[in-house]
Design a protein around this ligand. Structure first.
Ligand SMILES: NC(=O)c1ccc[n+]([C@@H]2O[C@H](COP(=O)([O-])OP(=O)(O)OC[C@H]3O[C@@H](n4cnc5c(N)ncnc54)[C@H](OP(=O)(O)O)[C@@H]3O)[C@@H](O)[C@H]2O)c1
Length: 328
């Protein structure tokens, strides 16, 4: 089968189209013919190998020293079950599915084998394969964070980076949970964020949300471009500051603010995807939440897609199609 292989850590050109062995499902595994995957900031970081200095060595030991041990990147997918192992009960051949493979990655390829208990669920009919591939990581991360933030109906929630993958889902989910939502993005994305349901939109090129005198019950920085120090005065008395990427300062503030009470910093890794996915699937089917797709590239143009995502300004998601057009 065809796959884009990460031949070493480095610039996007290290991703090369190769012929690799098609996997065969074990007893508890399904073989998925992949229709679409995505490129996320995590794929870009992993391909570059440019990990922060303090964790460079342990991460390289963990993930592979000269190249990623799992050298086919991409960890979101949609596709069709082509075959199942003899012990599989949850799926059958022909089922349309979507989900995420997390550390296993391997989605930039024509086929993948996954345990039936992986974060894989049946694709809703009202979603294309491209939309489904773009769903799992952003939506489940937004879902996990907003739940940890303990949002109550009527509370004021600000989402920074509202035009990114996690941000576009966070706006829709926070609205669904009954919050009053303010989205923060740049001028070109104001209409997009409004169309997703935000009650107010702040253009960060025109206004600094930390200086406008407003307070929020939750500030969710989906792109980690702010800091607790700057946002503290914009939080209500027991307000929560959530961020998706934390340096050592914010890491230390997580236990410290939990111990001291009052305004809290919340950071964690969103990992348990299947349960969230099953719940979110119902919201897709009810029409409450959808994926935003910025650009779509064929598998062969994966390096181009990496170059675009690395700029840090994608709107929603960047999708890679593997077997041509698959509408519906
Ligand atoms: N903790 C976890 O479990 C977890 C899970 C998944 C991902 N993550 C992390 O979450 C982060 C976000 O991922 P993502 O896929 O949502 O990112 P993304 O889609 O690549 O974010 C791009 C968006 O960020 C916006 N942006 C850039 N600079 C900004 C600024 N100064 N202020 C406000 N918005 C700004 C851009 O809007 P403009 O073009 O308008 O600037 C663009 O729409 C990544 O760092 C990823 O590693 C964490």
């Amino acid at each position: 089968m065809k796959a884009m292989v990460c031949t070493r850590y480095g610039p996007p050109e290290v991703l090369q189209l190769q012929e690799v062995e098609k996997p065969v499902p074990k007893g508890n595994e399904v073989l998925v013919k992949i229709h679409a995957t995505t490129v996320t900031p995590s794929d870009v970081l992993l391909r570059s190998g440019a990990f922060p200095l303090l964790i460079w060595l342990p991460v390289r030991i963990w993930l592979g020293f000269r190249k990623p041990r799992n050298d086919i990147l991409g960890y979101e997918l949609s596709g069709e079950i082509e075959a199942i192992g003899q012990d599989v009960t949850l799926f059958k051949a022909g089922d349309p599915v979507f989900g995420a493979t997390m550390q296993r990655m391997s989605c930039s390829a024509e086929y993948i084998c996954l345990p039936e208990k992986a974060a894989l669920v049946i694709k809703p009919d009202n979603m294309t394969f491209e939309e489904a591939a773009a769903f799992t990581d952003g939506a489940t991360t937004a879902w996990h964070f907003l739940h940890r933030g303990n949002i109550q109906r009527g509370q004021k929630v600000l989402i920074n980076g509202a035009s990114g993958s996690i941000g576009t889902f966070a706006v829709q989910i926070a609205k669904h949970l009954g919050a009053e939502v303010t989205g923060v993005c740049s001028t070109t994305n104001v209409e997009l964020v409004r169309s997703l349901g935000a009650d107010q939109v702040i253009d960060y090129r025109q206004e600094d949300f930390t200086q406008n005198g407003q307070t929020y019950d939750v500030i969710f920085d989906a792109v980690s471009k702010s800091s607790f120090a700057r946002c503290k005065d914009s939080l209500t008395e027991n307000g929560r500051y959530l961020l998706t990427d934390a340096g050592w300062r914010h890491m230390l503030l997580v236990p410290w603010t939990t111990l001291t009470g009052g305004k809290r910093v919340i950071y964690f890794l969103s990992t348990r995807k299947k349960k969230a996915l099953l719940h979110l699937k119902e919201l897709i089917e009810a029409g409450h939440i959808k994926s935003v797709i910025d650009r779509t590239y064929p598998l062969e143009q994966l390096p181009e897609a990496h170059r675009y995502v690395a700029q840090g300004h994608k709107k929603g998601n960047v999708v890679i199609t593997i077997t041509g057009e698959h509408a519906g």
